[in-house]
Design a protein around this ligand. Sequence first.
Ligand code: GLA
Length: 382
Amino acid sequence: MYKYLFICVILITLNALDNGLGRKPPMGWNPWNKYGCNINEEIIRQTADALVSTGLAAAGYIYLNLDDCWQSARDPATKKIIADPVKFPSGIPSLVQYVHSKGLKFGLYSDAGMQTCEGKPGSLGYEEIDAQTYAEWDIDYLKYDNCHTDGTSPKVRYPPMSAALMKQTKKIYFSMCEWGLEKPWLWAPPIANSWRTTGDISDHWYSFIAILEEQANLAQYAGPGQWNDPDMLEVGNGGMKTHEYQAHFALWAILKAPLLIGCDITNMSQDTKKILMNPEVIAVNQDSLGIQATRVKKVLTSEVWAAEVADNGAGVVAVLFNQASLQESITIEFDKLGISGNQNVRDLINQVELGVATASYTAQVPARSVVMVKFRNARSEQ
Ligand code: GLA
């Protein structure tokens, strides 16, 4: 089975956008889920400082991305995009320099339409000049939205920006955001590093669950350089309980989602920090195989998502997820994971060894919670 998976990964890799970026899912921060349109350069500078001082950057969160509302107009003469002079009085290039000086990468946002979702100038028809501007400004990442279009398909409107970015010497990660409307996993790999698979997440349990459900059959389209994006993290924004946020984070990690924090990191609780900075959960997301989890079992509100991993001891990671409001006993049979014999079991969230299991593993999973375990062949480790 391992050999078969390996061949699949190679085939997928050949198809990815040829900019060498996103070999692992990108990790970073984006203001949208917390601040919406109310952003300014002060927030961005403070967030850059906090990414470093909290240890988030050292844990892997290195992209500091802007979302909608950083722009105000186009220069009537040059057609170059202009940053909002009230929100960003120092201009984008100096902000980029500041963020880079912290060892971080910088992302911008635009739209494959006439206007962004918040009515700022979009890039449709201005792909070449915008891509040149981003490269001039030393941008590392572009999120590209899908509002206020001319009615043509995303399949027509996204490739020109991808091509314009590829013409620049500066390599820019291309994050498509057409909300999964035209099944981008089927056509976006050669033009983008990731693509949104759904509409917007909100800070509620049922939003998280609905988005998760839509990820069930997408694993085969992800791999190094090309990721399904179920939208940014809501962890720390206050609309869910700690164990619910833990479930959201563990599942996004094993889905190989881009891990873009969406809360105020200058003022995080200990619980939020603990979830976002768990090294063993992050390691699953950043595993070198880049295999997205598939749902290997579902019985009513109990389900198991699993993926093979290579790093820190090769094995299979499983997330046992109880969506119900009461504790459930969840069993995963080893044959559903493609493993057999005696397996060492490690609890990745609590970072403890749980002993050896044979043929199957059962956990008591509290309400609306996950248990995340890694199985490693016991014999080969003796
Ligand atoms: C869309 C996107 C969101 C965000 C907003 C900004 O809704 O899906 O992620 O970028 O636009 O206006």
